[in-house]
Design a protein around this ligand. Structure first.
Ligand SMILES: [Fe+2]
Ligand SMILES: [Fe+2]
Length: 238
């Protein structure tokens, strides 16, 4: 799990809870895809099998979060349209880069540190959410506990591998660096919604201006027939 949403909810809000569960599921799914890519591209059978096991765990976590979400949707009769898993979101929300996989940009030693550090951070965030569920939805808490055990194992294995394949000092520096970067990535991801109230009106204003400009753009025409493209005088556009 690389990037997960903020989850410090206080009172039980079923819609908000389902939204967070959906984000968790998306993050888990994206993680699984990254792991599959790594499994396919690493030149080491043992590591490849490890990545596949990791991917299977992440797909399982995705299913667990989705099942909890669906139960809450049913219980509270929520309109689930906005709470569906949309594959495109893994790109649009930054869970997976559009032009590359993380594995392609990092050496295996650094990739292991990246996974380990991020699994640790994800685990801490999930503990907060698990405690919230414990209070309001005990059935879900038991399921999330299983995920927490897996995440702990993922972090442990990745960091052990990284420790054995990096010098002591280099390991320490890289872990700290990864924690700082991950901290800022999460801040950025959690701020997207908060700042949308600033950026959305700006975007809408730009679209309206473009629309107005095209409306008043006086294109000279050769009005011999109804073929619009053929009748536009090319010089009138420049
Ligand atoms: Fe996971
Ligand atoms: Fe994980």
């Amino acid at each position: 799990m690389f990037l997960i949403p903020k989850s410090n909810l206080k009172n039980f809000d079923p819609v908000r809870c389902c939204f967070v569960l959906n984000e968790f599921a998306t993050a888990e799914f994206s993680s699984a895809v990254e792991m599959l890519f790594a499994a396919k591209n690493i030149n080491d059978q043992k590591l490849s099998e490890g990545f596949i096991r990791h991917a299977l765990d992440e797909y399982k976590h995705c299913t667990i979060f989705t099942n909890i979400k669906n139960k809450i949707i049913l219980e509270y009769k929520i309109n689930k349209k906005k709470l569906s898993f949309v594959p495109n979101h893994i790109y649009n929300k930054g869970y997976i880069y559009k032009d590359h996989f993380i594995f392609e940009k990092k050496k295996i030693n650094n990739f292991a540190i990246f996974i380990g550090a991020n699994e640790e951070i994800a685990e801490k965030k999930l503990i907060t959410f698990a405690n919230y569920l414990k209070k309001h939805k005990p059935f879900a808490f038991k399921e999330v506990e299983k995920i927490l055990k897996d995440e702990e194992r993922h972090a442990k294995y990745s960091l052990e591998f990284a420790k054995n394949n990096n010098g002591f000092l280099s390991y320490k520096i890289k872990v700290i660096r990864e924690r700082i970067l991950s901290f800022f990535r999460h801040i950025y991801a959690n701020s997207l919604n908060k700042f949308s109230f600033i950026f959305n009106p700006i975007l809408i204003t730009i679209l309206i201006i473009i629309n107005l400009v095209t409306y008043f753009l006086n294109l000279k025409k050769n009005t011999s027939d109804d073929d619009v493209m053929k009748n536009i005088e090319p010089k009138s556009i420049t």
